[in-house]
Design a protein. Structure first.
Length: 367
């Protein structure tokens, strides 16, 4: 029984949109670094695999008729055109978000679609939130001639800009502040301008204060996961976050360019900054989360990354397009600031005889 009583947000509904879109299209087009569809590069989709109940997989096999199987037991079939119709309905509902708002912020339900999803044995809206794999496809790999089962992460731009790394207490980064005093601490914490975080950091610098990059992050798990990407990644991301507050727009590429110019980590070749940061963005996109205790550098979304564009078109970066994918992430993301009321951060505080401030890491896609 399809369960949408609590509703879902735009990103969650976009997972079902992608499911219906791919079954209707029967293939998945690749994209270039600007997210434009590459007409001549696409991957035929043989089937989509969903685990509606733990341990029970349902196959949705493509063709003019979409045939549904549990293991090898036939369950039902529907014409492909019906999935195209549902895709159109979902797109407009997600875009306008006008059906039955629920108590959860940003969530909504679509009661008119319940009978359809019931009929094809879809029970839930989204994948397990602990995994980066949002959809599992069996593709025909045109390069090897082999049919491969691959997991993809999904990000949707329908109606809103998605996040790459969600803010949480685990993404706090604590900086010690040298040359601070009680008077400076009180004055800086009273700054409540429109851009108060930027203004607070600039005020501290104007007072001669110096930010000390931590050897380890506050969250041991996040620190550990970052070191699986690169042993110096906690320091690099701490520098990048601090520098971002002095750069208009806080775009990833601009922040890293500033790091390369000033070279605080004293690399002999400053191109290392962009190289490492691209690897980090890809890790966030394909598998790593700050609190995942089981992440050992292995990408859960081992097939790649699917993007739902604002106009509803679905494109992907497949595992062969690693360079294009990393360039896309690098050029299309920025550092964001989460709500200061929801995070224990952004104020100077005293810890024994040391002055410290917590900044919070949050990376979002550009408009």
């Amino acid at each position: 029984m399809f369960n949408e009583d609590r509703g879902a947000n735009r990103g969650e509904w976009s997972e079902l949109y992608t499911f219906c879109y791919i079954l209707s299209a029967g293939k998945l087009h690749a994209a270039d670094t600007e997210l434009n569809r590459l007409e001549g590069i696409f991957f035929p989709v043989i089937k989509i695999i969903r685990e509606e109940i733990e341990g029970q997989k349902i196959d949705y096999r493509t063709g003019e008729t979409i045939r549904v199987f549990h293991d090898d037991t036939f369950l039902c079939e529907l014409p492909r055109s019906q999935f195209d119709e549902i895709t159109n309905v979902l797109y407009h509902k997600i875009l306008t978000k006008n059906d039955n708002p629920t108590s959860r912020e940003g969530s909504f339900s679509i009661p008119s679609l319940v009978p359809f999803f019931d009929s094809i044995h879809v029970n839930k809206i989204k994948a397990d939130s602990t995994k980066k794999r949002d959809i599992t496809l069996q593709l025909h790999d045109v390069y090897t001639g082999i049919d491969q089962e691959c997991g993809f992460s999904i990000k949707s731009f329908i109606g809103a800009d998605p996040t790459l790394l969600n803010s949480s207490d685990a993404t706090n980064i604590v900086y010690e502040i040298e040359n601070c005093t009680d008077e400076i601490m009180e004055e800086v914490n009273n700054i409540n301008t429109r851009h108060k975080i930027v203004d607070r950091i600039q005020f501290l610098k104007n007072q001669g204060c110096r930010f000390i990059i931590p050897d380890r992050l506050e969250s041991i798990q996040f620190d550990t996961n970052l070191r699986y990407v690169d042993s110096s990644m906690p320091q690099l991301i701490a520098y990048a976050l601090l520098y971002s507050y002095g750069i208009r727009g806080r775009h990833s590429s601009d922040v890293i360019a500033r790091l390369a110019d000033e070279n605080p980590m004293n690399y002999a070749d400053t191109d290392i900054y962009s190289y490492k940061f691209k690897k980090l963005l890809a890790a966030f996109a394909l598998g790593m989360t700050p609190t995942d205790q089981n992440w050992k550098g292995v990408e859960d979304a081992n097939g790649g990354y699917i993007t739902v564009k604002r106009d509803g078109e679905v494109v992907c970066y497949y595992l062969y397009q690693r360079d294009e994918f990393e360039k896309y992430l690098f050029n299309k993301t920025h550092f964001d600031t989460p709500s200061t009321s929801r995070r224990d951060a952004f104020c100077v505080y005293k810890d024994d005889n040391s002055y410290k401030i917590k900044l919070n890491l949050d990376i979002r896609f550009n408009r």
